[in-house]
Design a binder for this molecule. Sequence first.
Ligand code: FAD
Length: 284
Amino acid sequence: MSQKNAQKNFSIEFFPPKTPEGAEKLRVTRAKLAELHPRYFSVTFGAGGSTQKGTLDTVLDIRSEGHEAAPHLSCLGSSRESLRTILAQYKDHGIKRLVALRGDLPSGYGAMDISSGEFRYANELVEFIRAETGDWFHIEVAAYPEMHPQAKSPQDDVQRFVSKVKAGANGAITQYFYNADAYFRFVDEAQKLGAAVPVIAGIMPITNYSQLMRFSDMCGTEIPRWIRLKLASYGDDSDSIRAFGLDVVTQLCERLLAGGAPGLHFYTLNQSPATIAIWQRLKL
Ligand code: FAD
């Protein structure tokens, strides 16, 4: 690893497996990714606490293997009481790092449902965690270089991000994106508004065209036209898709790191090969 990158923060994300077979597969994936020595692994949290046990079990498995692990925690659809219980549980286990999110409601719920719960936005969750547990947790929040799909405007979204930092977040991880300029501009704007925390770039390896299009439609990530056209032109030639995806994403990471990004967070979807390939090309 270069001297410059040695100071940076590289982390890896999983979702909690739903079946014993999934748990076994994730153990194998994890062992391979652990050889990369990420700073920590994070584990997602299903809407309304639907994976509460799976998230904690996976975090504890990772910790028992000797690695740092950070559970995600989302607040939409959760009560203060249930979140208090989860935070106490995490604290009892000695967990020191959290990724705090609003979360999403399952489709079919509307804006009314968001406003009727005990928590509406992630800044309220960050405030709650700080009020309940002081400085115990290192808190990361989400950031959206290409704007969150429900935001009123890009400016409003940056302001909302800044309010999460002012509520007590120590850092942020972005939604994945393929436009490095959007990231640099977002970080600049947030800094000018007083949010000086590290903003780690979220990286989604490209391995499957239709899956990437589906995810990106949902979360508001733009797939640049030239990338989309190239991927589409490969049809079901998955080797070419993976090779092209590896080139594109490695170059994106190089540009981000050279431009001052303080680290990278890999969305693995519980798979190891693409993350390992990018990591090795970057010589991390
Ligand atoms: P917020 O910061 O609350 O923002 C949500 C929207 O509300 C934005 O459009 C914002 O502009 C707007 N907003 C914020 N405050 C206000 C206000 N006061 N008034 C009006 N509008 C406001 N989801 C999960 O369910 N589980 C996970 O584990 C998970 N992990 C994630 C990890 C990362 C790194 C990222 C980037 C996303 C993750 N998500 C996860 C998805 C996330 O929950 C969704 O993107 C969700 O829609 C927004 O969450 P948030 O924390 O960014 O919300």
